[in-house]
Write a protein that binds this ligand. Structure first.
Ligand code: MRU
Length: 349
């Protein structure tokens, strides 16, 4: 482990799921111990844990917990697992890694059920561990694949938190930043604060600072002014779901950053594992966009900043069309346009 690789937000400890409560950062480093499927679902929905790959790892452990709580009778066991799988999948709709991880563990459970429920239980936990460990390695692989695209002295802008906190560890977009830092190529990460939940201010700034990587926070309104002054060399973001044609769903506000980057001729890159690519969804129009409570916009630290009675829209994600994306860094290599072909080729490697 390097000095740039110290955080693991989703852990299994003493027979329970251990999650870093990201709602409390940066003020407190509090870990929650979880031992029930409904509590896993709530942790995902309330964003104790967030970020597409981290949600996937968490849901995988949720399935392992489901097997431990399900009855010993194989038929009742299978029925309970199917119901719990749906509960976990319904926690948040946009990140496809969630359903992907649940289905992957469910497949292993089905395959091992013939050997008995205890065998299925063992296999589910082993698969959750594998998904989490693989995710860290995939992030490192993405970082390595991105290096030829990173200029020396890079000043990298990112949006939201696509870091160790959003993955098994190391990060997707921030994995690119970590790899660049390890290679001596990184000058600065500019982190958008990312309204309304401020993942950039609270989480990206925290984890990069924690690992000694240079980071400067900007409010969401600043990106264009830095670009026009020539202070940003590249943009790298993560993704919650990439359609087969390369359209990219990511945290709300990503789309406007991509437009700004295109206008200023700054490359806009996406870093995501292939588990984030939804080959069943041809274009971004088919990606479900989570709408969250308007109070997340209206209330900051317990204080209402909007007059009572004024409605607030709070879509949590937007879709950046593939035409604005210069390249997608995946665990298996780099996809370039036309993405419909390059992504499918990487999947089939
Ligand atoms: O609502 P969040 O905080 O779960 O949104 C997270 C993002 O949008 C991330 O950029 C995305 O999940 C990629 S994480 C590696």
């Amino acid at each position: 482990m390097t000095q740039y690789d110290t955080l693991r937000p989703v852990q299994w400890k003493d027979g329970q799921l251990r999650l870093l409560d990201q709602r409390r950062l940066p003020g407190a480093e509090q870990w929650l111990m979880i031992d029930a499927v409904d509590a896993v679902r709530d942790a995902i929905f309330t964003m104790v844990v967030r970020g597409a790959p981290a949600i996937g790892c968490t849901a995988a452990y949720g399935m392992a917990i489901a097997t431990r709580k399900a009855p010993d009778d194989p038929t009742l066991f299978a029925e309970k697992i199917a119901a719990d799988a749906q509960t976990l999948k319904d926690a948040r709709p946009t990140a496809v890694n969630l359903a992907w991880a649940v289905d992957r563990v469910a497949g292993v459970i089905r395959a091992r059920l013939g050997d008995g429920v205890d065998s299925a239980r063992e296999a589910a936990l082993a698969e959750a561990h594998a998904i989490t460990e693989e995710d860290v390695q995939f992030c490192k692989d993405m970082g390595a694949h991105s290096l030829p695209f990173i200029p020396d002295g890079a000043r990298l802008l990112t949006h939201c938190n696509a870091g160790a906190l959003a993955t098994g560890g190391y990060g997707t977009a921030l994995g690119v930043a970590r790899a660049a830092a390890e290679a001596g190529k990184l000058k600065m990460v500019y982190a958008d604060e990312t309204r309304p939940r401020q993942q950039g201010a609270r989480l990206t700034a925290w984890e990069l600072h924690h690992d000694g990587i240079p980071v400067t926070l900007i409010s969401d309104t600043v990106a264009g002014s830095l670009m026009v002054r020539g202070e940003i060399d590249l943009v790298v973001v993560g993704s919650d779901r990439i359609a087969a044609n390369g359209d990219v769903a990511n945290k709300i506000g990503t789309y406007q950053v991509a437009i700004l980057a295109a206008y200023h001729e700054i490359p806009f890159y996406v870093a995501a594992p292939l588990s984030t690519v939804d080959f069943e969804t041809p274009t971004g129009d088919g990606i479900p966009i989570e709408e969250r409570d308007g109070d997340e916009v209206a209330i900051i630290d317990g204080t209402r900043i909007v007059p009572e009675g004024v409605p607030c829209r709070n879509p949590a994600f937007d879709v950046t069309p593939h035409t604005l994306v210069k390249a997608i860094f995946t665990d298996k290599g780099v996809a370039l346009a036309p993405f419909v072909e390059s992504l499918a080729k990487l999947r089939d490697l």
